[in-house]
Design a protein around this ligand. Structure first.
Ligand code: APR
Ligand code: PHB
Length: 391
């Protein structure tokens, strides 16, 4: 089997890359470990920057997102029993974000790839990459009981944080930066109409809470918890009670409850690999970097990586120019580090750190006071959240 670009992983990064390459007349095959159903139902974050929305629209995969996505022009920050709105539209010249689940983006991309004759091998086992330093790298895998070998010009490692592509690069060739936070998020999806239109990020003495949504019928909520939290200890009643406390019912607002459809615990870390390339293997998305979800940047960074990679591959095939490929890692890392800083900062400002001193806790509140009272500080949060960047 032969293709131009072999892609490992059918998350947002791998699927969008395959779609962009198809539009440029470049062939690809995606090799995915899980089933189609599994990837389409995997609940993840769901905030799209305008640049992500624009790219999906411009490349013809935005019609359901335009119908069902919820456009937001601000968020609320709650702390010290008070509520402050950060008005993105006023602070960024009319920009906002779109709330649309990552798995919905994944469904739309799979549908489009299959309609365009795309080749996605779901439920591939024993996936491995070979000869990535040569001009003919290979992906080997077992599919429907048969061992397959895919000859490629390039391999895109879009296989997430736990994939095989990054570990295939000798550790001495990579520099990794890692920070693991001493907490996690307990996330629920509830069949309850959202109580208000915009997201709420709450800093409470019991810990962080986030109020979000997926649709006019479904609310998405998160609670800061221990990294080793046992979900069995969290009855539905306990979850709702903690959410009411931390999100602060009252003052004309009350969190709507409903049946809990799904519960999960997400660990929190910041992680970057440099460079994002080894020979003809290019890493993109979570395979190369992880952000804590507080800034809602994970999928947006993955989308940016593959946009840069698709343009670089276009330059290679159409103009025989290697420059884009040479600059791939550096170009992506500039944005990644900026968004790492933002995600770390939002995380640090909003969570309870049990090991911090009373002084540190007061400085955290002073930071929130500053962000919500200074136009310059609110503007900084807003432009990072909506994703404005020159490159
Ligand atoms: N072989 C084939 N596929 C694999 C392998 C493997 N050995 N290991 C992992 N995969 C697949 C996973 O099943 C998954 O479908 O790679 C895909 C990686 O997708 P994501 O984890 O969604 O990563 P990415 O596409 O980079 O998207 C980043 O995901 O975790 C969120 O917050 C993150 O929103 C961000 C987004
Ligand atoms: C979500 O809706 O899942 C969500 C929203 C904002 C975040 C993280 C997750 O910062």
């Amino acid at each position: 089997m032969r293709t131009q670009v072999g892609i490992v992983g059918a998350g947002p990064a791998g699927l969008l890359l395959s779609h962009l390459l198809h539009l440029q007349g470049i062939s690809s095959v995606i090799v995915e470990a899980r089933s189609r159903r599994y990837v389409e139902e995997r609940i993840r974050a769901g905030v799209l920057e305008q640049g992500t929305v624009d790219l999906l629209n411009e490349t013809g995969v935005g019609s359901r997102m335009r119908r069902e996505g919820l456009v937001h022009h601000g968020i609320e920050l709650r702390f010290g029993g008070r509520n402050h709105r950060i008005d993105f539209a006023a602070l960024t010249g009319g920009h906002g974000v779109t709330v649309y689940g990552q798995h919905e983006v994944v469904k739309d991309l799979i549908q489009q790839r299959l309609a365009d004759g795309g080749d996605i091998r779901f439920e591939a086992a024993d996936v491995s990459v070979h000869e990535t330093d040569s001009a003919r790298p290979k992906i080997r895998f077992t599919h429907q009981g048969e061992v397959q070998e895919l000859d490629c010009d390039f391999i895109a490692g879009c296989d997430g944080f736990h994939g095989i592509c990054r570990p295939s690069i000798p550790p001495a060739q990579l520099k990794t930066y890692d920070r693991v936070y001493p907490f996690a998020w307990l996330g629920i999806l509830a069949e309850a109409p959202p109580s208000q239109d915009e997201l709420i990020y709450a800093n409470h003495p019991d810990g962080f809470a986030l109020y979000s949504m997926r649709s006019p019928q479904i609310t998405r909520l998160y609670l800061q918890c221990r990294p080793d939290e046992d979900l069995a200890q969290w009855s539905d009643d306990r979850i709702w009670s903690a959410l009411h406390t931390r999100l602060g019912d009252g003052a004309g607002w009350r969190l709507n409850e409903g049946p809990i459809l799904q519960k999960s615990v997400t660990p929190m870390r910041s992680f970057v690999t440099e460079p994002m390339r080894r020979g003809r293997l290019f890493l993109a998305g979570d395979a190369a970097h992880i952000v804590p979800p507080t800034g809602a940047k994970g999928m947006n960074l993955a989308v940016h990586d593959v946009k840069v990679l698709a343009a670089a591959l276009d330059g290679f095939y159409r103009k025989d120019a290697e420059q884009g490929l040479e600059l791939y890692s550096e170009t992506c890392l500039a944005r990644i580090w900026r968004m790492q800083r933002f995600s770390w900062w939002m995380t640090s400002m909003l969570h309870r750190f049990d090991d911090k001193s009373d002084f540190d806790q007061r400085v955290q509140l002073a930071e929130l006071e500053y962000v919500t009272s200074s136009r310059a500080a609110s503007e900084s949060l807003a432009e990072n959240y909506v994703g404005l960047m020159r490159r």
